[in-house]
Design a binder for this molecule. Structure first.
Ligand code: GLN
Length: 498
């Protein structure tokens, strides 16, 4: 399939071998055939085809913009004008967006064809996509497994070949972990690199918009257009966006750090082995690999879940049943008071996990506990940030696993939220520090599920991460993962076939 990645499709269209309209139609058919995956919450077939036809005219005229023909899905937490935005929550049922998120408007302006919205955990809270009001998404690599979360629909859509790329969001790992679990490329840019305007807030000091793609080249093309300061988001950074060139990269002389704390007990042996093989290959290519210490890593999960819940409890205060979406009906014996309306709306509108976060966040912010939890967690956040600063004084990038396990069986952790939180161990520290992270597929686990490797870098060093990520995928023979999804029989796990 010469159009499975955006870059390859662009070449094919330029050579006259296909058209944006034909490619978009094929993706629409694939979406239709894959409805059981539950990856999409909304598809706009007519709108997508109309934009595709327009892009074809621009190709003919020789004026096609840089992203002409990119078929893109958008996680259901980012606003697309006139489309529903539900955050996979009952709370926002029926709500339509009045404007485009900055990311969406920038991508549309450069020719992206927005095909639909992808399923996710409710308000992006979760690690398996099982907290969605629309039900779970299936992992296309093995449908008995979850795709990871919270951007599970985005990762599954890309892995199943339902679009070239998808936007996701990453607050504590929600792009990187599903990328690893579905065998695609996931990029969480530096906090502030990409505007958050038009993103429904979960934890504002963590939230980052990024991409799920089949190749690092596609991630680079999209980031190039999305990144950069936005007057509508005061936390977007006025840092120049350098060219995200991913080809012709020499790794010789690069200094890579391997933090011991990320390879301890609890890491699956198959994942450890797959990463070791890549490290050997990098060494052979002239990369200097050294151990580094990040002693506060073990406090990452607790710190993240205190701070993210605190911010969520404040951000989700706006859903009162009056201003947005879901308005509960009054029962015959229920009072009409304002307070009762709030209680009904929030009890019925939010799912279990969201309520848990609101209660946890309210608790850690409450007068008697603020210092013991919230203030202390802020101090630990600084220590974690310092771990990264110290490491990046010695090395250029860090290589780590993205998730401790190769897969999450559907239903296996839904009743054990603590276990679910602990599975975020390798992604949350980069979110606490605000540094960029890239996950690339490096092969297949004995179970048949994909294995991802995480590269973390200095703030605003995405270009280097992408180039190294490309090199790593080549080492791993990533072209296979980069192309069409292997057939079911190739991906079935040993357990399943026994
Ligand atoms: N799994 C983490 C959580 O549930 C991260 C979510 C995210 O990055 N949006 O909070």
């Amino acid at each position: 399939m010469s159009w499975a990645t955006f870059v390859s499709m662009r070449r094919a269209v330029a050579r006259g071998e296909t058209t944006c309209e034909a490619v978009t139609s094929s993706f629409l058919c694939a979406i239709e055939r894959s409805r059981h995956l539950n990856a999409f919450t909304y598809v706009d077939a007519e709108g997508a085809l109309a934009v595709a036809r327009k892009q074809d005219q621009l190709f003919v005229a020789g004026t096609a913009p840089p992203l002409a023909g990119l078929v893109l899905a958008v996680k259901d937490v980012l606003c697309v004008k006139d489309w529903p935005v539900t955050c996979a929550s009952r709370m926002l049922t029926g709500f339509r967006s009045l404007y485009d998120a900055t990311t969406v408007s920038r991508l549309k302006a450069q020719g992206a064809i927005i095909i639909g919205r992808t399923n996710c955990d409710e308000f992006a809270m979760g690690s398996s996509n099982e907290n969605s009001h629309y039900g779970p998404v299936l992992n296309p690599r093995n449908e008995a497994y979850a795709p990871g979360g919270s951007s599970g629909g985005s990762a599954a859509a890309v892995a199943a070949g339902l679009c070239h790329a998808a936007l996701g969001t990453d607050t504590g790992g929600s792009i990187r972990q599903p990328a690893a679990l579905c065998g695609v490329v996931g990029l969480k840019p530096t906090y502030g690199r990409v505007s958050r305007y038009g993103l429904v807030a979960f934890a504002s000091s963590f939230d980052a918009v990024g991409t799920l793609t089949r190749s690092v080249e596609d991630a680079a093309c999209i980031l190039q257009v999305m990144a950069g300061a936005d007057p509508r988001d005061a936390t977007s950074a006025p840092v120049q966006v350098e060219p995200m060139e991913t080809s012709a990269f020499s790794v010789s002389g690069l200094r890579v750090g391997v933090p011991a704390e990320f390879f301890g007990e609890g890491l699956d042996d198959g994942i450890r082995h797959a990463i070791d093989v890549i490290l050997d290959q990098l060494r052979a290519a002239g990369v200097a690999i050294q151990c580094v210490s990040m002693p506060h890593t073990r406090y990452g999960v607790a710190t993240y879940y205190i701070l993210a819940a605190a911010e969520a409890s404040s951000n989700l205060g706006r859903y009162d049943g009056l201003r947005y979406g879901y308005r509960p009906k009054k029962g015959p014996r229920e009072s009409t008071g304002l307070k009762e309306l709030y209680v009904r709306a929030r009890s019925q509108g939010f799912g279990r996990e969201v309520k848990r976060r609101i209660m946890l966040g309210t608790y850690v912010l409450s007068a008697g506990y603020h210092d013991a939890y919230y203030a202390k967690a802020q101090r630990v956040r600084s220590l974690i940030r310092k771990d990264f600063e110290r490491a990046f004084a010695e090395v250029d990038v860090l290589i780590t696993p993205a998730a401790p396990m190769p897969g999450l069986k559907l239903g296996s952790m839904v009743h054990d939220p603590l276990q679910m939180y602990l599975s975020d161990i390798y992604t949350v520290t980069a979110s606490l520090a605000g540094v960029p992270g890239l996950v690339v597929p490096i092969g297949e686990h004995a179970s048949g599920l994909p294995v991802g490797l995480q590269v973390l870098g200095r703030p605003f060093d995405e270009a280097r991460l992408l180039r190294l990520g490309g090199f790593v995928m080549q080492c791993a023979g990533g072209q296979r993962l980069n192309g069409i999804l292997p057939r079911r029989s190739e991906t079935r796990s040993e357990q399943d076939s026994s």
